[in-house]
Design a protein around this ligand. Sequence first.
Ligand code: ARG
Length: 468
Amino acid sequence: NTGKLWGGRFAGGPSPELDALSRSTHFDWRLTPYDLAGSRAHANALHRAGLLTDADHAELLRGLTVLGERFAAGELHPDVSDEDVHGALERLLLEEVGPDVGGRLRAGRSRNDQIATLFKVFLRDHARVVSALVLDLVTAIADQASAHLGDETTAPTVMPGRTHLQHAQPVLLSHHLMAHAWSLLRDVDRLGDWDARVGGDSPYGSGALAGQSLGLDPTGVAAELGFTGSSANSIDGTASRDFVAEFAFVSAQIGVDVSRMAEEIILWATKEFAFVTLHDSWSTGSSIMPQKKNPDISELARGKAGRLIGNLSGLLATLKALPLAYNRDLQEDKEPVFDSVDTLEVLLPAFTGQVATLVFDSERMGELAPQGFSLATDVAEWLVREGVPFRIAHEVAGACVRRCEELGIELADLTDAQFAEISPHLTPGVREVLTVEGSVSSRDGRGGTAPVRVREQHAELLARAEAL
Ligand code: ARG
């Protein structure tokens, strides 16, 4: 019964069926370095409390170091008899340092405070990895935006801005792309908020649920594990998993944000849109249709967003109505969020590569930008600047669109006479807003699509990304 941490009161060992159900080493083994770090901090706390001699303390630390080295070398493995990572590591430690010394480490802690703590440390590490990957994507978007901002010699790239997927108003491509970057920056911000909250609350010292009686110093353990404080309530410390659900939410939100950009890339790469060409190394072919070039990265991004949402939903369902304190249900918190971490860590680099290598057809986007009467709002707002009430201006601009539809032409094709016929307010001066350049340049309020504002926005985006 070597791998069990709880043999004493049982006459016989667990049935093989129970063992099979209970075992978690196939997924929690990856927590090994975190468990060892927790054990090291705990050994130090026992030593400070006078519960370990200097010699035993040193021997325990040596044993933990050896296990860490064997793990790093890929030579440390759980046994089928081990229930979870904690039991397996205790067994392996006993093998390394002997039962007398090894058997002292478990005093004053429970797997309940242990797992809650080390899961936090694991997720905090991966929050940093995911944040860096999201920032890489933001950088790729900002670089594309920068390439299409224009300068003294080249005009910025314009495109049809859409609402309801219909042509709405022309916008700069850079402006549109950066809209995705801003939402991704907020996701990084969210991970930072989450980290600050989780980092103040190390559950070590909570014991099974009621705290520990051995005079241990949980703030010392917390500090050693990178926390700024320890749990104020041992029941909360061992039973709460909102930190897992919140991490899964931010992961899902990142997936959703990426999926919105992915969907646009898929549309833009169609023959009908033809806004963008995908790089060969970041797209795939068909096994039967030789001509195909498919946006698989974006499609996988779209699909994986569903999976990330599923992980969040599953976790919330596990937590719903779960009585305090620890229940074994909580072992189900790991696989979904491990999956979210793994999914993002494989998805984001691929998606970033695809975005960085997109080649936009600026000419085509520029040609389509004024079509579909996307300058009608500019006509109405020009009339307002001429002193016409907006209600009437809206009517007049609408009448222009109706007339154009009858004639099968675009707004700029109306003659001066046709304009005057629609309304005496429509003097030839209206033509100044009937170009895409005039339209975008006029939207020069903060956050607007005027090139001067979009250049400012680009600088603001980079400064914000830098500060995160
Ligand atoms: N492996 C468990 C988990 O992941 C921790 C062990 C707690 N088990 C127990 N019987 N109290 O939640």
